[in-house]
Design a protein around this ligand. Structure first.
Ligand code: ATP
Ligand code: MG
Length: 582
């Protein structure tokens, strides 16, 4: 844990959420207060879709804008909360008409179009378990996930359906394929046996369907990102909405009426917890942009919609950094009030870059598919130590523990763990109960990440437990080495592994990709070695640096260090179903 940048001081905002003294807030925190902000169903049930959408009718906000959609061809559509209520009612009724009900798995394989959101929330209203799949998946990952989950419904679109036609034919549990031809984008009829989304919606009543879920009923299942191995199906409950709502407010600073943009796809947990649920329970106007990454388009989107709160990921930030500061400075980004990031460690360099590009630091926060919602965050009102993930949310008991689940003192690295019982905790890995059980030791949930806590209570990410390097008795976290390397002006991205060594057990090896305009020469490589030695302790600095064209990443943009290692050692690559293709 090295602090390469000074602490960024924050002032407590005048209006809530004012968590400036959140150590005190943590001491007196009671989830019951958050529970009282929700509507609940008659009889005490809880339903995510009802809390995110229908609750706002009750409070007279049905006409408020819920979604501003921009399609990849430039089409625009906007939806009020009442529009969403009616669409999700129809989809829930449509499922009932098909005989699909409580506990059935309804999967979506679609791009970021409004109907995708309607299908997920409609399925939740119907008591089904919703399972969004990332639209860039090829046939194998789609088959694995549909087969493993035993999905009975797949909602998709013509081009994606075509891509996976071969696997759909061989899924005995899959009963209905519902196909949306958004705005008539695709010519030609549907495949035989497929159901037409628009026609079924038209035929389904708009009336409120019966909603009969409890807080303990399953809601959404997400397969993990596959960064460390074969993706696991983490299953969540409707109860998770409690924590999603609160973290939306406290960690992302969402206030009713805000314009908010989350760049994550619904296929990953950030795209549902913070691209659907938290923003809508907090009654914000969400921008949904169907297109992919482009620095210019992204800045344009912030400018056009006057985005106030923006939630994105480290890889995206590094891609923006690669293009320099002139570009963001040529747009009016003054609407931004809060910028946050999740999914990977956020290099200190990226935190402070936010100040130059947006006039505010980027707020890192930590959580995972399994936790369902933000656990540790840099709050809008709290001082930031660049490179730290921040502090646990009030109501969350996080700690650093040894392998036996005993707490370690500040400054000692160990397993990042949390006391079970937080509202959005996953309930199982689908059909892998033993694997689920194995994540709990001595009353702690083990995240699989290695971290440490400092004297002030801030948490610092070190690496995935599997990625931590043991070199001559020193434990080295890849993140520290990567962060040092990307401070060099030539380096765009870095991935660090431990390479077996007969003397030191492992040596640190770094792979780097370069920014445009730099060439991979031996001189540059030597310069980078010297640069890293100047920043890092001798035992930690890389012994080898290799310059490569790009780092292998998951489709959600995470660096796959296990693949760098497998390739280095000539070992099998393992599950690569979420590997991004060039
Ligand atoms: P798999 O479990 O399949 O290997 P994954 O762990 O990448 O994939 P996710 O649940 O999407 O799947 O990612 C959660 C993980 O991402 C965390 O456990 C952590 O390793 C990393 N992560 C997320 N946010 C942060 C952060 N702010 N700082 C450091 N690491 C983070
Ligand atoms: Mg994981």
């Amino acid at each position: 844990m090295t602090m390469s940048h000074p602490t960024i001081r924050k002032e407590a905002p005048a209006s809530p959420p004012n968590l400036a003294d959140y150590d005190a807030a943590r001491a007196s925190f009671d989830w019951a207060e958050v529970e009282r902000e929700l509507a609940w169903l008659p009889g005490g049930g809880l339903n995510i879709a009802y809390e995110a959408i229908d609750r706002h009718m009750r409070d007279g906000h049905g006409a408020a804008a819920a979604m501003l959609w921009e399609g990849k061809n430039g089409e625009t559509e906007s939806y009020s909360y009442d529009d969403l209520r009616r669409l999700t009612n129809r989809f829930a009724n449509l499922l009932a008409n098909l005989g699909v009900g409580k506990g059935d798995r309804v999967f979506t394989f679609m791009e970021r179009v409004p109907e995708h959101y309607a299908a997920i929330f409609g399925a939740l209203k119907a008591g089904c378990i919703a399972g969004p799949l990332f639209s860039a998946f090829g046939p194998d990952p789609v088959r694995d996930r549909l087969e493993d989950s035993g999905a009975s419904v797949l909602v998709t679109q013509p081009d994606l359906r075509e891509r996976v036609a071969g696997v759909i034919a061989n899924l005995p549990e899959l009963k209905h394929v519902v196909v949306l031809n958004k705005n008539g984008r695709f010519p030609g009829p549907l495949a035989p046996g497929d159901l037409d989304f628009a026609a079924l919606m038209e035929a389904a009543p708009e009336d409120d369907p019966p909603i009969a879920t409890t807080r303990d009923d399953f809601s959404i299942m997400h397969y993990t990102s596959g960064t460390t191995g074969k993706p696991k199906g983490a299953v969540h409950r409707h109860n998770s909405v409690i924590q999603q709502h609160l973290t939306g407010k406290w960690a992302l600073d969402l206030r009713p009426g805000d314009v908010y943009w989350c760049t994550a796809d619904p296929g990953w947990v950030t795209g549902t917890s913070y691209g659907m649920i938290a923003p809508w329970t907090n009654r914000v106007t969400q921008v949904v942009y169907e297109g992919g990454f482009s620095a210019r388009r992204w800045y344009e989107t912030i400018q056009r919609y006057r985005v106030e709160v923006w939630y994105t990921a480290p890889t995206a930030v590094r891609m923006l950094m690669k293009q320099g500061l002139d570009l963001p400075r040529s747009f009016d980004l003054s609407s931004l009030r809060h910028v946050a990031s999740v999914g990977e460690p956020l290099n200190p360099e990226a935190v402070v870059w936010g100040q130059q590009a947006f006039g505010m630091p980027i707020h890192d926060n930590w959580w995972q598919t399994e936790t369902g919602a933000i656990m540790i965050a840099n709050y809008p009102c709290a001082d930031i130590k660049p490179g730290s993930m921040g502090k646990p949310l009030p109501g969350i008991k996080a700690a650093i523990v040894d392998n036996d689940g005993e707490r370690l003192p500040p400054g000692r690295s160990g397993n990042l763990a949390a006391r079970p019982g937080w509202p959005s905790m996953f309930q199982t890995y689908w059909r892998q109960e033993e694997r689920y059980e194995s994540r709990f030791v001595n009353g702690w949930y083990f995240s699989g990440d290695e971290a440490e806590q400092d004297e002030d209570g801030y948490f610092w990410f070190i690496g995935r437990t599997d990625d931590v390097i043991n070199t001559a008795g020193h434990l080295v976290g890849p993140f520290e080495v990567e962060s040092a390397l990307i401070e060099h002006p030539a380096v765009a991205e870095a991935g660090v592994i431990g390479k077996p060594d007969p003397v030191a057990m492992e040596v640190v090896k770094a792979f780097v990709s370069l920014k445009e305009g730099y060439e991979a020469t031996d001189d540059l490589r030597r310069e980078l070695m010297g640069f890293a030695r100047g920043k890092l302790a001798a035992a930690v600095a890389p012994r080898e640096i290799e310059i490569i064209a790009g780092l292998p990443k998951t489709r959600s943009g995470k660096i796959m260090r296990r693949l760098l290692k497998a390739r280095e050692l000539g070992l099998p690559e393992g599950d690569t179903s979420t590997l991004e293709e060039d």
